[in-house]
Every structure is written in C-alpha cells, then in structure tokens.
Design a protein around this ligand. Structure first.
Ligand SMILES: Nc1ncnc2c1ncn2[C@@H]1O[C@H](COP(=O)(O)OP(=O)(O)O)[C@@H](O)[C@H]1O
Ligand SMILES: [Mg+2]
Length: 191
C-alpha cells in the first residue's frame, strides 16, 4: 500500500501524521518506508534520528518498493511532484485542521488530488489538531459535508505529545494516544 499525505497548506500536520502512522504500523509488525518529497526534509531527518536512537526501523526510500506500506510525505504545493506522488498511490490523505478557512484550501487540494488519483485508489480528509471536547470535534462529518469532502471518522487530537513523538518515538506516547493513531491507520487501510 502506498499512502500519500498532502495539503497545499503548510503546517497542516502532513509530516507529523506521516511519522505517527509509520510508527503505528511498525508497532503492529508491518515493514514501513517513508519517501520524503518535501525539500525541507523533516521526515527524513526525524527518521534518521529515531533510527539512530533505536526507536524505529522505518526506511527512508526514494521510490515505492518492497515494504508492506510506503508513505509519501509531500511539500505544501500543488505541483508536478505531488501529481506524480498521487498517481503512484493507493490512498491519498488530505491532512487538514477542521477550521473552515483551512478547509476551503483543502477543497482546492482535493480537486487537484482527484485529477491524478488512479482508478481504484481512495482519498479522504484526515482532521488533525482537533481540540478535544470542542464543538467542532463533535461535528466533523457535518463540517466536511458543507464543503463536500469525505472525511475519515477517526481524527487526531491536538496533543503536545504528538509533537514530541517524532523525536522520542512511539513508546513515549500513552496507550490512548497510540490507539488514536492506530485507529486512523486501520481506517486508512480499510477505506
Ligand atoms: N495533532 C497535533 N497536535 C499538536 N501539534 C501538532 C499536531 N499535528 C501537527 N502539530 C504541529 O504543527 C506543526 C506543523 O506540523 P507539520 O507536521 O510539520 O505540518 P506539515 O508537514 O503539514 O507542514 C508542527 O509544529 C507540529 O509539531
Ligand atoms: Mg511537512
């Protein structure tokens, strides 16, 4: 399975979720690779650091290949590189905050995704940085419906621990925090 995470908006959580999902799948025994197509190379750097500290064995790859799952982390641009990544994918996840202003820009990214999505591949929005207990958190589906985006039922909450997990690794997370990400991974696998 090849999973691209994208959004033309920077700071949406593409890199954080790429790494968290990669660690979650590694934890359940999958072999995982990450292709970092953002010149900022944050994923690449984080993985090198995690691996050097014995906290993961995720492979940094240049092309999809022999792994159970390959994630493609992308730059905040709707460009040829993203088009190529989408066309190689079986899943394209639009990572977005649930803020209506961000969702309009996500809608534009979604239109781009649909232009290049291969037949049989799936796409959906993953709401990230959702404030726990907030009104928006109870209305994610309605919110997505307003702007005609289909969203994953599982989302990821705004947590400082997720910021540090890319440095401290999967085991630094509490089990409730790990389960939240595992549920997202499971849903992506079965969408
Ligand atoms: N669920 C979350 N909870 C708290 N902080 C988050 C969450 N997701 C992302 N962040 C933070 O938001 C910032 C942008 O995230 P990042 O993954 O780099 O976005 P992108 O790759 O889309 O530009 C980073 O500082 C990251 O730690
Ligand atoms: Mg990034």
């Amino acid at each position: 399975m090849i999973i691209t995470l994208c959004n033309q908006k920077g700071g949406a959580g593409k890199t954080t979720l790429t790494l968290l999902l990669a660690m979650a799948l590694e934890d359940v025994g999958r072999s995982v690779a990450v292709i970092d197509r953002d010149p900022q190379a944050t994923s690449k750097r984080a993985i090198a650091n995690l691996n050097a500290n014995g906290l993961s064995q995720i492979e940094v790859a240049n092309t999809p290949g022999k792994h159970d799952v390959t994630f493609i982390d992308t730059a905040p641009r709707l460009d040829e590189v993203l088009a190529q990544s989408i066309s190689e994918s079986s899943r394209v996840i639009l990572v977005s905050s649930p803020s209506p202003a961000d969702l309009w820009s996500t809608q534009e990214s979604r239109d781009f995704v649909l232009r290049y999505l291969p037949a049989g591949a799936k796409t959906a929005v993953l709401f990230n940085s959702v404030v726990k207990g907030s009104r928006i958190s109870r209305d994610l589906e309605v919110l997505a419906g307003h702007i005609k985006l289909s969203a994953l039922k599982n989302c990821s909450i705004r947590r400082q621990s997720y910021q540090y997990a890319i440095l401290q690794g999967w085991t630094a997370l509490k089990s409730v925090e790990r389960d939240e990400i595992k549920n997202v991974a499971l849903e992506i696998g079965t969408m």
